[in-house]
Every structure is written in structure tokens, then in C-alpha cells.
Design a protein. Structure first.
Lengths: 204, 204
DNA sequence: GACGTAACGGAACGGACCGTATAGACAAAC
DNA sequence: GTTTGTCTATACGGTCCGTTCCGTTACGTC
């Protein structure tokens, strides 16, 4: 376990790097958000606190890397389905399964919590982490518009707020378990609202 | 300011009570969630820490009372409109304005954050604070069904998740400012999905 | 082969906050 | 007049914060 893992010289030690992320993830799953402190992570990882602060300026930054590491290996790529609507449903469903079935859900809950106390963390969450997902989801909606699945000028912002909002709300209230077909039905309803003349259609 | 406010005898001192709530609210608006500690609230209120812990077992409980006090005086009663759809839009809009224009928004953000670290706080948030609002919103949907505005057996849970979820998502990412008519259009879309044969219609 | 550089773990720091315990002043309730 | 319960004040041991200094290690360079 606690193999002596000293400096390997002039370079960042990748073992230390992953040991810290592993320790943070383990504490997160075992004790939840309250159990994760920089001090506890350092203890558990067999690392020094200065090492943590050298690479992660805040707890939020550490949690985000824990999350992103999981995400990279889990949500590699979703195959394109028959329609943008199905793609959207598959994406939302896979995010919610990812949150429910891996430590990433607890990590993301913690990141959102941290963002309520730390303005810099909020900006990073909103303008970097979320922006990526929203951009790819918005691209799906534009493809849907081009394919005629929905009207030509959908209010993508509002539609995404409803879709991601539902997922956040479920995550943060610990209600991620879904009835079958819930997500496809929600997506269908949002797409229905974006049919020509519908409430999600913008003029112009 | 710091009038000597000792015990008034065998009874709870209402001045102390409100002084603590005032102090918590002031810290919340001035310094945000991170600035609110039981210690700081006690200092600011000119109260003793044991007094705080006597009446509020946790920071979450204190924050919830700060929130509820504001809510009681602000969202007293919404007049019934011409349709359940308009009532729902008015309710959602008034909640978001309440969050945006009063310290309650910061309080609610803090409560959600606290709930991610404290399981008891999560239960109280979900099963008491939220349950009330969801119950009255579900009643609106039932009235809509009876009035024929939507189909007879709407999936109220999913509809409410989409509506409240959007509001939460905006609050927690500091994006509460809305384009005009956004909320009515979202509500219209959700109601549209609940028309007979729509994705929000349940069998039976 | 020697040296500068940078990462590493360990120990310690002052400070803030946690939740609790104790003590004494106070006035209502009985 | 005694009991009861609330209030302030202070102090406690503990945890965590973010930082500093230290001695060690070995890479990259000369």
C-alpha cells in the first residue's frame, strides 16, 4: 500500500499523481463530500500537502480532475443513432447512468457544492466543464433542425436548460433512478415543443 | 447595535432568535456561503455559540429557517389565473424572481450545497422543503387535467422534474436572469407534451 | 562526472472553525 | 421562594486550512 514513493527527480511523478486521484475518489465514495479534505487526501495517498497544493490550487480543481478522469474512460464515444432525438436521449441517459453507477456522480455533486462556496470554481464549472457538454448538445439540436426533426430556429438554450436541469435536479436530490423510458419521453416532449410554431421556436 | 441582550428568563428570547437569523442572512449576502459559519453568525449576532446549537442542530437547519422566513413574507399567495398553465408559469417565475432579488437565492444555493455534505440535510430538503412545493405544483397539474388543458393521466413527476430542474440549474450556475417569456414558453412546452397521446401521458 | 533544478515526503506553523462543557446572571413559571 | 430554562461568556480538544522550511531524490544539462 504505502510504498515509499519519493521524488523521481526533476519531473512530476505520475504515480503520485494517480495516487492522489485514487485517494480522493476512494474517500469520496467511502465518506462522501464531507470526508474529502486536502489533509485527508494527502494522508490517504501517502503524499505531502505541499505536493497537493503544487498541482491542484483548490479542492474544486482536484475534484474536477477526479471527475474528468472517470469521464474520459467511461463516456468515450456514443455511436450516432437514427435521429438527433435518439442521440440526445442516449446522451442524457448515459450521463445519468454514469452519475449513478460510478464515483463520478458523487464527484459531480461535490463539485456543484464547492461551486456554491467558491466563485472561481463556479466559473470553471460553468464556463469549461458545462460549456463543452452544452456545445455538443446544441450541435445535436442544430442537426435536428437541419434534418427537419424540429423547426428551423430552436431556442437551444432553453431546451438544454430543461434537459440538463432535470438531470442535475435528480442528481442533487439523490433521485437518479429512473422509470423506464423517462428520458426518451422527456426528450420527445422537448422536441415536440420545438416543432414549427411551438413554444421553443424563435422568430427569424 | 450590540445591545446587551441577556436571558429574559424561562422563555426563549425572540430578539435573540431574530438577531441570529438576521446575522446569518447578512453574512450570506455579504460574503456568500463560505462566509457563514456558526462561529461567525454567533459573533455577528452578539450571541453565544451554545445558544445557536441549542436551537439549530446544524448549519443546514439555520439556513433553512433563514430561507423559510423570507419565503413566508415574500411568496404569501399567488392569485389564481385564467388557467393552470398560467398559474404554473406564474409560480415558477415568482420563485426565480424571489431567488434572484432577495437573499433567499443565496440561502437556497447554500442549502443545496450543504445537502451534498450532510445526508440529514438532504432528507430535510427533499422530503420537507421540496415536497411542499411539488405537492402544490402537482395539484395544479391535476386541475389542468380535470379542466381538459392536458390529457387525463399526466406524468406529473417527470413534468415537475423538468420545470423545477430548469430553475435549479439556473440558480446553481448563476444564470437566473431570463429572457422575456422564457418561463411561460417552457411551461407551454411541458403542457404540450402532456396533451392526449403526448410523451407525458401515462396509460391507465 | 558534477551541477542546477525541480519534485517529493515530513514536520511544523498560525489561524479558523467545529461541537461541547462549564459557569454564572437572569427572570418567568410554579 | 424555589425551580426551571434561557442567555452570554469563556475555554477546551480536535480538525482542517494554506503555507513555510527542510533534507532527499534523481532528471536534464553541461
Amino acid at each position: 500500500m504505502t510504498t515509499s514513493r519519493a521524488s523521481i527527480g526533476n519531473t512530476r511523478n505520475p504515480e503520485t499523481h494517480s495516487a492522489v486521484l485514487d485517494a480522493a475518489e476512494a474517500l469520496l465514495t467511502e465518506k462522501g463530500y464531507a470526508g474529502v479534505s486536502m489533509e485527508a487526501v494527502a494522508r490517504r495517498a501517502g503524499a505531502g500537502k505541499p505536493t497537493l497544493y503544487r498541482w491542484w490550487p483548490s479542492k474544486a480543481a482536484l475534484l474536477m480532475e477526479v471527475y474528468e478522469r472517470r469521464k474520459a474512460e467511461a463516456l468515450a464515444e456514443l455511436p450516432a443513432g437514427a435521429s438527433a432525438r435518439e442521440d440526445m436521449a442516449a446522451m442524457l441517459e448515459s450521463i445519468m447512468c454514469f452519475w449513478r453507477d460510478t464515483p463520478a456522480g458523487q464527484a459531480f455533486r461535490s463539485i456543484v457544492a464547492e461551486a456554491q462556496a467558491d466563485p472561481a470554481a463556479l466559473r470553471m464549472l460553468r464556463d469549461e466543464m458545462l460549456a463543452r457538454g452544452r456545445a455538443s448538445a446544441a450541435a445535436m439540436l442544430r442537426r435536428a433542425a437541419e434534418a427537419g426533426e424540429i423547426g428551423p430556429n430552436p431556442d437551444t438554450e432553453l431546451m438544454l436548460d430543461a434537459l440538463f436541469g432535470m438531470a442535475w435536479y435528480r442528481l442533487l436530490t439523490h433521485r437518479l433512478r429512473r422509470a423506464p423510458d423517462e428520458v426518451p419521453r422527456l426528450v420527445a416532449a422537448i422536441f415536440l415543443g420545438a416543432q414549427p410554431g411551438g413554444p421553443f421556436c424563435l422568430p427569424g
